[in-house]
Ligand binder design. Structure first.
Ligand SMILES: [Zn+2]
Length: 176
C-alpha cells in the first residue's frame, strides 16, 4: 500500500488524493495536505450524511458547515462502509451493491476490481485480447506494483491482507 500511496503522491500530485479519512472510535478524522492539524469529528455532531448525485462525493452536514469527502480521498471506501445506520439519508444499499460487485485483483490480491480496473493498484484486469499471456501480464504488473519493495530489497508478503476497507482474496498468488 505504501507503494500505491507514493505513486499517487508523486505521479498525480492531486491534493484530494492526499486527503486522508480515518475512522475513530466515535467518529472520523480528516487530514488534509499542507495543513498541520487533523480535524476530528464525532458522529453526534453530524446532522446528515449522504452521497452526491453522481455518488463521487459524500456530503456531511454539520450545524454550520458542510464537509465534502471525495471518492479519491484515502480511506473513502473504509468510511462509506462504516457510516452509522441512523443516518437514514445515506444510501446503504448502494454501498452493499458496490462492495458485492467487486472482484478479486490478481495483481495486488485485494477484492477491489470494478469495471475491470482495480481501485487499489489501478491495474486493468487481464483479458484475452491482451498480447501477453495472463502469467506474463501478472508478473509484469506485480513487478511494477511492488517495485519499491523490490528496490529496497524488502520482502513482499505472500498472502494478501485486507486493506482500506477492502477484503483480501485468499487464493491470490504472487508470481514474482
Ligand atoms: Zn489490485
Amino acid at each position: 500500500m505504501i507503494g500505491f500511496l507514493i505513486r499517487k503522491v508523486f505521479c498525480k500530485n492531486l491534493a484530494s488524493e492526499l486527503t486522508e479519512i480515518k475512522l475513530t472510535e466515535n467518529g472520523f478524522s480528516i487530514s488534509e495536505p499542507f495543513e498541520a492539524n487533523t480535524k476530528s469529528f464525532h458522529w453526534n455532531e453530524i446532522k446528515d450524511v449522504r452521497f452526491s448525485e453522481n455518488n463521487k462525493e459524500v456530503i456531511i452536514e454539520k450545524s454550520y458547515k458542510k464537509i465534502i469527502l471525495k471518492k479519491n480521498n484515502i480511506g473513502w471506501y473504509d468510511f462509506i462502509q462504516n457510516v452509522p445506520s441512523n443516518f437514514t439519508d445515506f444510501d446503504f444499499d448502494y454501498i452493499k451493491d458496490l462492495m458485492d460487485s467487486l472482484k478479486p485483483c490478481e495483481v495486488c490480491g485485494i477484492v477491489a476490481v470494478r469495471e475491470n480496473e482495480c481501485i487499489v493498484c489501478e491495474t486493468i484486469a487481464w483479458n484475452n485480447e491482451m498480447t501477453e499471456s495472463k502469467i506474463e501480464y501478472l508478473k509484469l504488473k506485480q513487478s511494477e506494483f511492488y517495485s519499491d519493495q523490490i528496490k529496497n530489497r524488502k520482502e513482499i508478503k505472500k498472502v494478501a491482507e485486507p486493506e482500506h476497507g477492502f477484503k483480501a482474496d485468499k487464493n491470490w498468488k504472487l508470481h514474482i
